[in-house]
Design a protein around this ligand. Structure first.
Ligand code: NAD
Length: 365
């Protein structure tokens, strides 16, 4: 009887997973389990039409396997769109390791994970994401070559990410203010970590009036002193009279509450998933006269840097490619006003158009 019940439960779970995969057309999900090392991980390959699926591995203490699955499915799909709109020959994938990144890391765990990545024979290429360091990736690399962002190779992607955000912000300024100069513009950078600090550097060099917030007082003070930036409170940032709001910390900071308070003309930052609900705030920003620059296009510098490593290209190539974000921003903003469609939807459409076009190439032999 117990066996029958177990079987019914397994069937229901499997149907749910397949339904979740079907919802956004994921190609493959690999569940990685190993009692000896304690590894519990999921690799999701969303789409490989444009090339092998590249996306980082996140280590997080998910409360349940279902929560981990939801996250990896959502993140891997995001990578497909980011890689496609950036013109990279990469598909979208992502991995999550269930565990505490402060206490559960060890060589065996990451090497076992590397073996799972290797079993996909290059269909999925991994890199760092939240909770994962370059050292962890060197362990993964002992078992597989399908890794990017290794120390001594393409290195920290943050400077390239920040540069892409900076040039995209300039393109938006040109359309909103008539000039792409950021001199004298009041810009609030939320979160001055890896990307945020490099962005503040570009902005202060150009003569912008920079405001910053961060949860770490020491970081805040150091960045404020170094770049002559003004500090603003964690919650006060949304009420600031500013030209540009640059979220560079967490996602979902553009929501119904903050949109009632934000007094900016442009939203352009590095954080992923800035709009809490794309379809709601993506339209609401237009009613408020705010130009929203789609995050997954604007922050693609990091994956561009990883691609340079995988494809054997130089760091100069990566910076030049990140500079194209200026033109892509223009394209999105122009199409958005011509077609009367919100910027987030145009960006999605542009990514889907490239995937559809390359799908025809794939089918032609
Ligand atoms: P990070 O962890 O180095 O920096 C984030 C900073 O935000 C930290 O200093 C943290 O203290 C601060 N912070 C956290 N909560 C905050 C809050 N409520 N208010 C203000 N500050 C807060 O991360 P990062 O690598 O700089 O990435 C920043 C964002 O950009 C993330 O959303 C990340 O997913 C995204 N992103 C990063 C890259 C990259 O190359 N690093 C690429 C693409 C996207």
């Amino acid at each position: 009887m117990a066996d029958i019940l177990d079987q019914q439960q397994s069937t229901a779970t499997m149907n749910t997973v397949l339904d979740d995969m079907a919802k956004y057309n994921h190609e493959q999900v690999v569940f990685c389990q190993d009692n000896a090392t304690g590894l519990k991980a999921i690799i999701a390959v969303h789409n490989t039409v444009c090339g092998p699926a590249l996306g980082g591995t996140r280590m997080w203490n998910y409360a349940t396997g279902a929560e981990a699955l939801t996250d990896v499915l959502r993140l891997s799909r995001g990578m497909t769109y980011k890689n496609a709109i950036s013109g990279l020959n990469l598909g979208g994938g992502k991995a999550v390791i269930i565990g505490n990144s402060r206490t559960d890391k060890n060589e065996a765990l990451f090497r076992r994970f590397g073996k799972f990545v290797n079993s996909l024979s290059g269909k999925y290429i991994t890199a760092e994401d939240v909770g994962i360091s370059p050292q962890d990736m060197t362990w993964v690399n002992m078992e597989t070559n399908h890794v990017a962002g290794l120390p001594g190779k393409s290195g920290d992607p943050s400077p390239v990410t920040a540069y892409g955000v900076y040039v995209g912000m300039k393109a938006a300024a040109k359309q909103q203010f008539g000039s792409d100069s950021l001199a004298g513009k009041k810009i609030a950078v939320q979160g001055v970590g890896h990307v945020g600090e490099y962005l503040v550097n570009h902005l202060s060099k150009e003569g912008a009036e920079v405001y910053i917030s961060d949860i770490h007082e020491d970081t805040l003070k150091r960045v404020a002193d170094t770049y002559k930036a003004k500090v603003v409170g964690l919650n006060d940032i949304y009420d600031l009279d500013m030209d540009i709001y640059a979220p560079c910390a967490l996602g979902a900071t553009v929501n119904d509450d903050t949109l009632n308070r934000l007094k900016c003309s442009i939203i352009a930052g590095a954080a992923n998933n800035q709009l809490k609900q794309e379809e709601i705030q993506g339209k609401a920003v237009i009613e408020k006269g705010i130009m929203y620059v789609p995050d997954f296009m604007l922050n693609a510098g990091g994956v561009i840097n990883c691609y340079a490593e995988v494809a054997g290209l130089t760091s100069e190539w990566a910076m030049a490619k990140a500079e194209e974000i200026y033109n892509t921003t223009n394209l999105i903003l122009n199409r958005s006003s011509q077609e009367n469609i919100p910027t987030y939807a145009i960006a999605n459409k542009m990514a889907e158009e490239r995937i559809e076009a390359l799908g025809k190439v794939k089918l032609s032999f």
